[in-house]
Design a protein. Structure first.
Length: 276
């Protein structure tokens, strides 16, 4: 019963978040007629505003704290070694993700014995790239980690076990990243790892840094998508391809092991008012 209530409350928060976003988009679209947000600056600003306003609405209603004052200013409490292991973890996780996004191509290859990927033309203009950097690397990691890890996991921990809190938070995190079904599992895995990092270190800035790293890789691959896809699919899923996946698994295990054992002697999170 307790788990059901926690899940229902969390899903309610996600629904409210999406409704607020839709409402902001609708208002901006209404006031922009008849241009209909064709201008790239207006389009991106509307997206960013919808995203930011939605999160701050949730923070204001459900999390009655001054968010900016909760970010830890004592940077000397942070360990360089954990930052290094976060880099190792993020590289490993990015390698593990590859088969999850290649699942259709893997089926095609092992069914037909060959792979014939279509030649795709990837391009991104400078305006889109600039807004992508601002959104994906600066705004998204901060707000998503504050909500799904700092607020939501801490809230769930009051009445649920750690694993339950992490799984619920990760499920909801994956739901809002379901642009395509292939994105669901990687988002869920990321949510679990980021949740573990937050619980074991009790410092949200580690999770934010981890999120920034993963989003940075996304932009790098987006910019170099054609060259990267040509290289990865020319491997034809041979031993090099799977060796990279195994190597990524090792990096992920080592990085996560080091990070989650860094504060074994420290106290557990007790609630949303715990210092970052």
């Amino acid at each position: 019963m307790r788990l059901t209530k926690a899940l229902l409350l969390t899903l309610l928060l996600i629904i409210i978040f999406l409704l607020v976003q839709i409402g902001v988009f609708g208002l901006l679209e209404l006031f922009d007629q008849p241009i209909s947000l064709q201008n790239p600056h207006q389009k991106w600003i509307s997206k960013i505003l919808g995203f930011v306003i939605s999160y701050f609405f949730l923070f204001k209603v459900f999390w009655k704290v001054e968010i900016l004052n909760k970010l830890d200013s004592k940077l000397n409490n942070y360990k360089i070694s954990i930052l290094i292991y976060l880099i190792i973890l993020s590289i490993g996780l990015e390698l593990i993700y590859q088969p999850l996004f290649d699942v259709n191509k893997l089926i095609e290859f092992y069914k037909n014995g060959y792979l014939n990927p279509e030649k795709e033309n990837y391009s991104i203009n400078q305006i889109d790239l600039l807004y992508q950097i601002v959104t994906v690397i600066l705004i998204t990691p901060l707000l998503e980690e504050l909500f799904f890890r700092k607020f939501l996991i801490s809230k769930l921990l009051k009445k649920n076990k750690e694993i339950t809190s992490i799984l619920i938070s990760s499920f909801c995190f994956a739901i809002i990243h379901i642009e395509t079904p292939l994105n669901l599992i990687p988002s869920f895995i990321f949510g679990v790892l980021s949740g573990l990092i937050f619980i074991k270190t009790r410092k949200i800035l580690y999770s934010i840094f981890f999120h920034i790293l993963m989003n940075s890789y996304y932009l790098i691959f987006l910019i170099n998508a054609s060259n990267y896809n040509d290289w990865i699919y020319n491997l034809n899923f041979d031993y090099i391809y799977w060796s990279l996946i195994i190597f990524g698994s090792i990096l992920t295990f080592v990085g996560m092991k080091k990070i989650t054992t860094a504060n074994n002697g420290s106290s557990q999170i007790t609630g949303i008012d715990e210092k970052v």
